[in-house]
Design a protein around this ligand. Structure first.
Ligand code: DX5
Ligand code: ZN
Length: 225
């Protein structure tokens, strides 16, 4: 079943607890946390201390999307802070296999994230090790960007690879997921839908989360028939 992962990047950082609670009431089942270092991406956000604070205000799994260099160095700190899922970028990890093992050894669920220009097939060998694969449908760094349409083809390809080999990883999509794109990403095969601006921009996050999730669920039902 399709799930909504509200991205707190677009929430008010001075009122994160309220934002998370509203998104949760609206049906969000995992909280997506965007970690940026100003090197891998041209923006800086937050790190383990904020994850630790979030851990105190929600029981939902925390999905940490690391847009950082040297991810290995920070994995223990995220584990200690209470992160549940860790997604690292293919483009930022030279020894990806080792990094994935490192995440598991620290008791968290490993995922790999692909930039729009990175081919899905490059993950072929590590797919059996993964809890999730995150397809970026914008270039990482900022909320509120426009959805890149060829991401749909990548989601379909990933679904195909999973079916061919009977694997269990989940398919996540991040960037530009909103009312005008949600049906297409669900039809293509995405199950974990990250949404930042579509939930938090302009207020009423609870209502917006609920509406987006409803649209996603109807697309899922339609695709099943
Ligand atoms: C972008 C982040 C996203 C961001 C998505 O680098 O990875 O999680 O919050 O924002 P929207 O949903 O507004 O495209
Ligand atoms: Zn993200």
């Amino acid at each position: 079943m399709v799930e909504l992962l509200p991205s707190i990047l677009s929430a008010d950082f001075a009122r994160l607890a309220e934002g998370v609670a509203a998104a949760e009431r609206g049906g969000g089942t995992v909280i997506h946390v965007d970690v940026m270092d100003g090197h891998f991406v041209p923006n800086i956000t937050l790190g383990p201390p904020v994850v630790k604070s979030l851990r105190r205000v929600t029981k939902l799994p925390l999905d940490c999307h690391l847009m950082i260099e040297n991810a290995d160095e920070f994995i223990p700190a995220f584990a200690e802070a209470g992160a549940n899922w860790i997604g690292v970028h293919y483009e930022a990890c030279v020894h990806l296999h080792r990094t994935i093992e490192h995440i598991r050894e620290h008791g968290m669920e490993p995922g790999v994230v692909l930039n729009p220009a990175t081919r899905v097939d490059l993950l072929y060998d590590v797919l059996p090790m993964l809890h999730h694969v995150l397809i970026m449908s914008v270039n990482p760094g900022f909320g509120g960007q426009k959805f890149i349409p060829f991401s749909l083809e990548k989601i379909r390809r990933l679904r195909e690879l999973r079916a061919e080999r009977n694997l269990g990883f989940r398919i996540e999509v991040d960037g530009g997921v909103a009312h005008d794109t949600v049906a297409a990403v669900v039809e293509a095969g995405a199950e974990l839908l990250v949404a930042g601006s579509a939930v938090f921009d302009g207020g009423q996050p609870e209502r917006k989360a609920r509406q987006l999730l409803e649209a996603a669920r109807s697309a899922e039902l339609a695709a099943a028939h």
